[in-house]
Design a binder for this molecule. Sequence first.
Ligand SMILES: [Zn+2]
Length: 304
Amino acid sequence: MASRPIQILLVAAHPADSFDMAGGTLAHHVDQGDSVTAAILTTGVRSHHWELGEQKRRAGADLDVEQFVAQAVEEKLEEVRRACRTLGFDDVRDLGFEDDDVLVTQDKIDAIAEVIRAVKPDLMITHQPFESGGFKMHGSTGQCALYAWQQAQGSGRGRQERHPIPCIYFMNPMAYVGNDSLEYAGTARADVYIDITDVIDKKVRALDEIASQYYGGAYARKRAESSDGHYGNKALVAYAEQFQRFTPLVRYTLPITDAELARITEPQSAHMGRRSEMVGGLMPLPPDASFTSRHRMTKEMYED
Ligand SMILES: [Zn+2]
């Protein structure tokens, strides 16, 4: 922990990325007096508003999506602001790029660099730049953020301020790594886990706000188990978020915590019990939500 409060900047590709990969960690930082700004590169409506996708599926080319997008942008930002407030911060900045414009471009880099100069973060969190082999908005956002980091620490142009960010983490680096597609491990590695068990309820309530992506209710609880719970299982706790350092860790001695030392003496039952907590069973669903099995594929649907 630094000797003064720090300013964190999270650079997200889509609105919900501002908290759904690192929100528990951000809640911990806010709790210890740090400040958080989330900069969202794209509006996320074209790719992440399921009602628009549903209308397009039914109407095809007859649906002009522009009116829907124009109306939904503010609604989507508002639900993300509510989610972030649940986690303790409300500085959420919309950089306003279209989410089907997926390439690394100078205007996106410039926009992120401008936020870096304005916010002056001590620590930046963004996407792993080669997520999904780099062929996705998350990857290109991570790349834009790194180019912006370089731009902001340079001398700039005219009277631009200079701000070097000393510490960068990639969030959820292994989330899309598999061996069945282009999503090979590449440069991704998880080297820091943050135990978010004490704030998992806040994160589930934040996910409950994201109605436009149907994240609320049953999915919020399932996601907590299958994503944060999966990482928790690896870290021998109930719920965790996963990060990869980009800038190297420089310390006077090698870091080791009491939590690690406790593993020497604790019985096997302790870490198994710790990992077995289930938020889905503990947190009530919103009134109109339910767990259901009625959308299952049938055995017949898998026949060749
Ligand atoms: Zn995303």
